[in-house]
Design a protein around this ligand. Structure first.
Ligand SMILES: [Ca+2]
Ligand SMILES: [Ca+2]
Length: 448
C-alpha cells in the first residue's frame, strides 16, 4: 500500500537496496516498463506483481482509446505487462476529472484483492490474478472485457453516486484497511468557481466493507468549510490503545476516528487562527503518519498554487475533542508548503516541502538538524531504508542522503523525467516511476 504499512510511515527495514544506477546505460536497471505520459501514484508490489496508476497515453489496448485513467499490473520479476483496467474520463471534465491525470491513487493489495480509487471517484476491488486464473470472481461477473489483459472486478463503489461526493479536479485517495473495513477519502470539494461547494453534505471519509463494498460509516465534519479540494489519504494505527483512522481534511483540520464505528475522537486545526486562505491558510494534501501515539503531518497547497508558508506538526492523538491547543507536542514553521508525507526513523523525522527543501528534525522535540536543498519542486515523499534517505524531485533526480543527524549526500541519479512518486522497496529491489516509465532497480542487475 501507499507508505508500505497502514501507519504510512515511509520507512523500510530492507537491506541491500541499490545506491547507484544509470537509466541510460542500464547499470543496475533490472527492467523498465512504459507507462502513460503522466503518473502520480506510486507503485505497489504484492503477490509477485507491481501495480501502478497512470494515464492511457501508453495505449496498451487500441480497443480502449482516448484519455483514460489506467491501473496497470506488471510481473515483479521481469516487468512483463499482465493486465490493466481503464476508466474513461468523467464528462464533467476538469471540474471533477482533470485531463490526462490518469489514476492518481496508489492501490492496496491484501491477499489476492486489490483496492484503489479511480479518476471517476469509484473505489474498485479487483482480483490481482485477473482472468488468468480461469475464473471470473464476483459478485461482479458482467465485465465487458474478459481477456487475459483485462481486469477481473470483484466489486465497485461509486462515491459520486452513493455518497454524493463532488471531487475537485481529481479523486486520488489511496485506501487503507483494518479488519473488514477499507477506508478512503472522497476528495469532495469545490466546483470550478472555487467559491461553491456543490455537496456540503457529502462525507470527507468513508468506510466500506472490504468483502462486499457496502458503506459501513461516513463522516462529514468538514461540511461547507472546504478550502479547495480534499486530496489527502487516510492512515490507520493503534493510538493510546485505540484503533484509529486518521484523516486530513479539506478545512485544514486533521481528524481521528474510532476505526470500527467512525466515532470522531479528536480534531486538530493545522492553520494559525489569523491565517487567510489562500495566502497563509493551507489545505492538507500530505498523508498523516502515525508513530508512537503521535500523528505527524505538514500542511500545504495544490502545486498549481506555487510556494508559500507551511507548518509541520507532531500531534498527541491520545487527546480527545478539539485538541488544536492541547494536542501540540511541537510544531515546525520553517517548512514551506508541503504535499509530502514524513518518514520517522531512529528518532528523526525526514520531511520535504514543495519548495524543494528536505528537513531532518528531532522526532521528540522538532529541533532541526539539517536541511537539504533539492533545487527543484518536491511532490514525492522520502523513503528511509538501510541507513539512507531516498527522495525524488520534479527535475527527475533521485537524491540519496545518509540517514542521521549529520547531512551527507551520497548520490544523485536522474530518472529522465519528473519523479512525483516515492521509491518503493520490495525483495531487495527499488521500484521507481517517473512520469512515464516504471523502473526496477537492483544492485548487479542490468548491462554493466
Ligand atoms: Ca479471477
Ligand atoms: Ca469479476
Amino acid at each position: 500500500m501507499w507508505g508500505g504499512t497502514p501507519d504510512r510511515n515511509m520507512v523500510s527495514n530492507m537491506k541491500g537496496l541499490p545506491t547507484e544506477w544509470d537509466v541510460k546505460t542500464k547499470k543496475n536497471v533490472k527492467w523498465m516498463a512504459e507507462l502513460g505520459s503522466q503518473s502520480y501514484g506510486n507503485p505497489v508490489v504484492a503477490g509477485g506483481m507491481v501495480f501502478v496508476g497512470t494515464n492511457n497515453e501508453g495505449l496498451r489496448d487500441p480497443k480502449q482509446p482516448g484519455d483514460r485513467g489506467v491501473l496497470m499490473a506488471f510481473r515483479e520479476a521481469t516487468g512483463e505487462f499482465l493486465w490493466q483496467q481503464t476508466h474513461e474520463k468523467l464528462s464533467s471534465g476538469r471540474a471533477n476529472d482533470w485531463p490526462y491525470q490518469g489514476v492518481a491513487a496508489s492501490p492496496l493489495v491484501e491477499g489476492t484483492h486489490l483496492y484503489y480509487t479511480s479518476n471517476r471517484g469509484v473505489v474498485w476491488c479487483l482480483d490481482i490474478n485477473g482472468f488468468r486464473d480461469g475464473k471470473n470472481d464476483g459478485p461482479v461477473t458482467d465485465e465487458k472485457l474478459t481477456g487475459q489483459f483485462d481486469a477481473d472486478v470483484i466489486w465497485s463503489f461509486d462515491m459520486m453516486e452513493e455518497v454524493g461526493s463532488y471531487p475537485h479536479n481529481m479523486s486520488n485517495s489511496s485506501p487503507v484497511i483494518l479488519g473488514d473495513l477499507v477506508f478512503v477519502s472522497t476528495s469532495n470539494g469545490q466546483d470550478e468557481s472555487h467559491v461553491h461547494i456543490p455537496s456540503p453534505r457529502a462525507p470527507a471519509i468513508i468506510a466500506l466493507n472490504k468483502n462486499t463494498g457496502k458503506l459501513v460509516w461516513e463522516d462529514n465534519s468538514v461540511e461547507d468549510r472546504i478550502l479547495h479540494g480534499q486530496w489527502s489519504t487516510p492512515s490507520v494505527g493503534k493510538i493510546g490503545g485505540v484503533d484509529q483512522v486518521v484523516s486530513a481534511q479539506g478545512d485544514g483540520w486533521v481528524r481521528g476516528y474510532e476505526a470500527a464505528t467512525g466515532k470522531k475522537l479528536w480534531e486538530f486545526d493545522t492553520n494559525p487562527k489569523d491565517s487567510v486562505w489562500p495566502k497563509t491558510r493551507n489545505e492538507l494534501i500530505a498523508t498523516p503518519v502515525i508513530f508512537e501515539d503521535k500523528v505527524y503531518i505538514a500542511n500545504g497547497q495544490d502545486p498549481e498554487h506555487g510556494e508559500g508558508v507551511g507548518h509541520f506538526y507532531c500531534i498527541d492523538a491520545t487527546k480527545r475533542g478539539d485538541i488544536t491547543t492541547s494536542g501540540v507536542v511541537w510544531r515546525f514553521d520553517k517548512i514551506r508548503r508541503s504535499i509530502s508525507t514524513a518518514s520517522i526513523a531512529d528518532g528523526l523525522v525526514y520531511v520535504p516541502d514543495f519548495s524543494g527543501f528536505l528537513h531532518c528534525l528531532d522526532a521528540k522535540t522538532g529541533q532541526e538538524y539539517w536541511t537539504h536543498d533539492m533545487f527543484a519542486a518536491v511532490w514525492a515523499s522520502t523513503l528511509v531504508a538501510d541507513g539512507k534517505v531516498y527522495l525524488g524531485d520534479e527535475d527527475g533526480d533521485i537524491t540519496i542522503l545518509q540517514a542521521g543527524k549529520t547531512k551527507k549526500v551520497l548520490a544523485e541519479m536522474n530518472m529522465g523525467s519528473s519523479v512525483y512518486a516515492t521509491p518503493v522497496p520490495a525483495h531487495g529491489t527499488l521500484f521507481v516511476n517517473n512520469r512515464n516509465q516504471l523502473f526496477a532497480l537492483a544492485t548487479n542487475a542490468g548491462t554493466k
